[in-house]
Design a protein. Structure first.
Length: 259
């Protein structure tokens, strides 16, 4: 099982340890593209703070993020699973998983990123600010930029098992499963059961809890159908419609309370 996650806009501070080692990151096929985005982002933020703030869509209160980006090559790095914070990652709470579940997390979780393309949760990265919706002056829109390199590396990363896609819309633009991979991909919506409306904050929290539940249970569904069974066994209320051949599955997880 491969689980695709969005990053978080807010991130923990960089560590005090060794700086980024680009060659150590997972998915080495993305190395050239990562280097290009990193070079442009660092140059932009070091040269013109106001322009960088405009390009990155940062408010006055987030001005410090520009300076942080300018120092990405020398800032301390820490595991991506510690860098990404926010509602989904708080609910997932990787740090409190037992050893077996943490091992499964390292093997199965892949976080998409406007700067790195995608990283594993144990890849060491510095804290940064660069969403997939950013349009860098030289590279252009990052969602479009990442499509070609992602198309090269993701089919191998997906292997021959289930792909559980929990990315937000902006990050889903960087790679869309196709063909045989699409047929074993499942996306998840979280709906308020009484109204059948999508919930936002609780959507992220529920997705984090779903991933945690699967990791703790040692569940290894090999297909979307097996995922439905596994989630129901874990107590989730799941509805779905079987798709046409070669199309991805869409699962609705129903919740009674929104908090």
């Amino acid at each position: 099982m491969l689980v695709l996650l969005p990053p978080s806009e807010g991130k923990a501070a960089s560590g005090r340890g060794a700086p980024l080692k680009p060659g150590s990151l997972s998915l080495p096929g993305l190395a050239e593209s990562r280097a290009a985005v990193l070079a442009e982002l660092v140059e932009l933020c070091a040269a013109d703070e106001e322009k960088a703030r405009e390009v990155l869509g940062l408010s006055e209160g987030l001005r410090g993020e520009v300076a942080k980006n300018a120092e990405l090559r020398t800032a301390g790095a820490r595991p991506a699973g510690e860098v990404y914070t926010g509602v989904l990652y708080d609910a997932l709470d990787l740090a409190t998983l037992d050893a077996a579940a943490r091992k499964r997390a390292r093997a199965s979780l892949l976080v998409f990123s406007g700067l790195w393309g995608a990283v594993r949760v144990d890849d060491r990265i510095p804290s940064y600010r660069c969403s997939m919706g950013v349009k860098l002056p030289g590279i252009g829109a990052l969602g479009a930029y990442w499509r070609a390199p992602m198309a090269e590396v993701m089919p191998e990363a997906a292997g021959d098992g289930l792909v559980l896609d929990l990315r937000s819309a902006a990050y889903a633009t960087a790679w869309k499963p196709k063909g045989e991979v699409a047929g074993r991909t499942a996306t998840v919506r979280v709906l308020h059961a009484p109204t059948r409306k999508v919930v936002s904050h609780f959507n992220k929290a529920t997705k984090g809890r779903i991933v945690r539940s699967l990791l703790e249970a040692g569940a290894g569904p090999a297909s979307p159908g097996e995922l439905v069974e596994a989630l129901r066994d874990l107590g989730y209320v799941v509805e779905y419609q079987a798709p046409a051949p070669g199309k991805g599955w869409s699962l609705d997880v129903l919740v009674d309370e929104i908090h």
